[in-house]
Write a protein that binds this ligand. Sequence first.
Ligand code: CYC
Length: 196
Amino acid sequence: MTHSTDVKKLTQWMAADFSNQPQAIENPPFFAHIQVCMRPLPKGFQSGISLYLEQAYFYELNRPYRVRVLHFIQRENDVLLENYRVKDEENFYGAARDRPKLTSLTADDLEKMPGCDILVEWTGTSFRGKVEPGKKCIVNRKGMDTYLDNEFIVTEDHMTSYDRGRNPATDKLVWGSVAGPFEFDKVNRFANEVEM
Ligand code: CYC
């Protein structure tokens, strides 16, 4: 990645409301119908560009089960994506689709998730993200520690996402899709809200 505009292109492509509805209709036992909405935070929120993320079942969009802030940092050969939890996240539920509600969010509300930085590279036709190596991004599921094994691909119109949790000792799959990646299309776009 050589152009300083790439972090802008990446965030413009990711700033959208994504749905996997076709996949959920085709393969209901394996894929729940979910939406992932990533909304640009105002310029100056953190250095560079940040997106507020809500991940929810389609039937309860205003009660997301994962809320994060993604902070994008342009580096010489790639983009570093820091992953943050939001304290008292219930206060912000719904803000991904209600931008005025996002203005009360500040950097003090964030808690960085150690080991969960993601490295994003330009492949020539898409962006590909993967968690930093070393099994350091620990996700506790039902009392058991797992490490994140993920990959996502973003193009202008589509996002493919493959998040799984594995047992640190055996590498066995503990959570995540056994039927392949989630395939998301855009149902709304917020590219014009990305400022840098
Ligand atoms: C976990 N997903 C995670 C974690 C990271 C990412 C860092 C571990 C720490 C955390 O809970 O935040 C990161 N995954 C990403 C990023 C993208 C991605 C940056 C690109 C937007 O796909 N996560 C998604 C998918 C969806 C998903 C759209 C379906 C595959 O963004 C699922 N990710 C998912 C789940 C967890 C997770 C269910 C575990 C959360 C938990 O059980 O606490």
